[in-house]
Design a protein around this ligand. Structure first.
Ligand code: ADP
Length: 581
């Protein structure tokens, strides 16, 4: 209910209550007063009337002249003279002939008493008072005076009417006052309320205009101060939240917080990615509903039940990929003492574990690759040592083979050092401006001798202008030479190798194209792995180490470039180096 109506209702209730109290107390008192007045009137009048009762000395009849005069002068007063037998001798308002025996009327039986009752004769409430008329010590008659009570009711009605009018006047005043209050007080309050609503809806920077100097003005100023404070607090909260969100989003570890019912309270982007969560709004949803990874839900469950932190490593096998995760679960108190939630931290160890495996494999491969020529050298030298009488021709054969094995050893070591040098630089090679065209031409010149042995043609295609890149000339020369060596090594004698240098789509490009056997598509990615060879024996015979292409890839990665291969079995191969200019 609006304030003004409450005020109005209060006023109406107060006025009605006041009216009721006045009616009950004042009307009662007035009625008592009027009764007293009537009683007094009859008490005073009756002796007067009694004194006027006179009987004719001869006939003994009542003399009525005086009585009639009194009755005329006071028409309200009813005068009745009754003889001791109850016969009515005189009545100012009625025909005595029609009146019954009045000897048994209470006021006649008990003279001097005041009696009020309904008069059947006059059909109204009357107040009666009778006195004995004594003559010569004998009761000669009863003089009775009666006054109608309707005077009282008429006065009471008039009084009630004025009370009612006062109440109505009061109500009218209350209504007027309510309107005045509405105009003076509630209207500005309503305006303030509307503006406060706008303030809540619109931008927080909006403020109420202070157009008054009164309490309403003070209220507006207080609301503005409160809005300022709220804005500051909201800003602090928003900033905290932004910081928290940024920290969570920037974390490489996945983080999930759940309450004691495993309902998700917080989850960051990394965690969503790691558990492949696609649900837009997982907040408040059960963890088990959001992920089918039982290791995670079980870890959360036991952490909540036991309240003990736990760490585990889990491997998730997807359709194409394998994911290795370090899963740490730590309990936290959430709100009340006995309520425990759980924070899960997921760390992606896949790459780390893969690198560890690569390293292990590499060590095993290196050992194996070194062991083969070393065993050969050891065998030849041992045989020669044990047989000093060995034929010279055989000794020469053994020495040649041992020498080839040492060359192989040094080739492997050379390539391993190349790899180590590039990896040790870790992207921080000593770079300088290099003309890739001139560098490639130089590599081609060095490869000519090997090509001539195999009766192969090398052709250079490069523009007249220099192709300038920033790089380590030694490392880049190793990369181009490795590609040329392979093209010469694996192509049939008499075939041709083209070396093409150009600028293409903003990159410096070197292509080595041969007419060799080509590389099957299944092996095209693998040829860049360390020690990978399509035909191990053939590679070994040709002096290959299986490291040439992985060196090329590492060199290019260290320069922010890449190497790619396009080949078809029987159609030759084309290796392309791309470098940023
Ligand atoms: P390798 O020392 O054995 O040549 P690489 O890493 O240079 O080692 O090459 C890996 C393998 O890729 C080679 O053993 C060979 O089987 C294949 N390969 C490389 N270049 C060519 C090419 N131009 N034509 C055909 N096969 C090649």
């Amino acid at each position: 209910m609006r304030f003004v109506w409450k005020v109005f209702a209060g006023m109406v209730a107060a006025i009605l209550l006041a009216g009721l109290v006045i009616d009950l107390s004042v009307v009662g008192e007035v009625r008592d007063g009027l009764r007293e007045e009537i009683n007094g009137h009859v008490r005073r009048t009756t002796p007067l009337v009694a004194s006027m009762v006179d009987f004719n000395a001869e006939s003994g009849e009542l003399v009525t002249d005086q009585l009639l005069r009194v009755a005329r002068s006071e028409p309200d007063i009813r005068i009745t003279i009754i003889n001791p037998n109850g016969l009515v001798l005189f009545d100012s308002h009625e025909d005595v002939a029609s009146m019954d025996d009045h000897g048994q009327r209470t006021e006649v039986l008990d003279p001097g008493s005041i009696v009020t009752r309904y008069s059947n004769t006059l059909q109204t409430h009357m107040t009666y008072h009778a006195l004995e008329v004594m003559r010569d010590g004998v009761v000669r008659a009863y003089a009775r005076v009666a006054l109608p009570q309707e005077r009282i009711e008429a006065r009471i009605s008039a009084l009630r009417l004025s009370i009612l009018l006062s109440v109505l006047l009061g109500l009218a005043v209350a209504l007027g006052a309510a309107f005045v209050i509405s105009r003076r007080l509630t209207r500005p309050l309503t305006e303030v309320a509307a503006k406060v609503r706008d303030l809540g809806r619109d931008e927080a920077s909006q403020r109420l205009p202070i157009m008054r100097q009164d309490e309403i003005g003070e209220l507006c100023a207080a609301i503005n101060r409160m809005a300022d404070e709220l804005e500051t607090r909201v800003e602090v909260i928003a900033k905290d939240r932004r910081q928290k969100d940024a920290i969570l989003a920037g974390m490489s570890e996945g983080l999930i917080a759940v309450d004691r019912d495993q309902k998700i309270m917080l989850i960051n982007t990394a965690a969503r990615r790691l558990i492949s969560l696609t649900e837009d709004d997982p907040m408040g949803r059960s963890l088990w509903e959001m992920t089918r990874i039982t290791e995670i839900t079980k870890a959360a469950d036991s952490c909540i039940v036991d309240g003990i932190p736990a760490v585990d490593e889990i491997t998730l096998n997807g359709e194409q990929t394998e994911l290795v995760l370090r899963l740490a679960a730590a309990p936290f108190r959430e709100g009340s003492e006995d309520s425990v939630g759980c924070v899960l931290v997921l760390q992606d160890l896949t790459e780390l574990r893969r690198l560890e495996k690569v390293r292990r494999d590499f060590v095993a491969n290196v050992s194996h690759e070194l062991k083969t020529p070393l065993t050969a050298i050891h065998g030849f030298v041992e045989v020669m040592h044990d047989d000093p009488q060995m034929e010279e021709a055989q000794r020469q054969t053994f020495l040649t083979k041992a020498l080839a094995a040492t060359e192989r050893l040094s080739a492997i070591l050379r390539d391993l050092f190349s790899l180590a040098r590039i990896e040790a630089a870790d992207g921080a090679l000593a770079k300088e401006a290099v003309d890739l065209g001139a560098l490639s031409a130089n590599c081609l010149r060095e490869a000519r001798a090997a090509a001539e042995i195999r009766d192969m043609k090398l052709e250079m295609h490069s523009p007249a202008h220099p192709i300038s890149v920033l790089g380590d000339p030694e490392a880049l020369a190793t990369a181009v030479s490795n590609l040329l060596d392979n093209a010469i090594k694996y192509s049939p004698p008499g075939s041709k190798v083209d070396l093409l240098c150009d600028l293409h789509e903003g990159f410096a490009r070197v292509r080595v194209r041969d007419q060799g056997p080509g590389i099957p598509s299944a092996a095209q990615e693998r040829v860049f792995e360390r020690f990978y060879r399509i035909d191990k024996d053939r590679s070994r015979i040709l002096g290959g180490t299986g490291l040439g292409l992985s060196i090329v890839r590492n060199v290019l990665a260290a320069h922010g470039g890449e190497v790619s291969l396009s080949s078809e079995v029987g159609q030759g191969s084309e290796f392309t180096i791309k470098l940023p200019t």
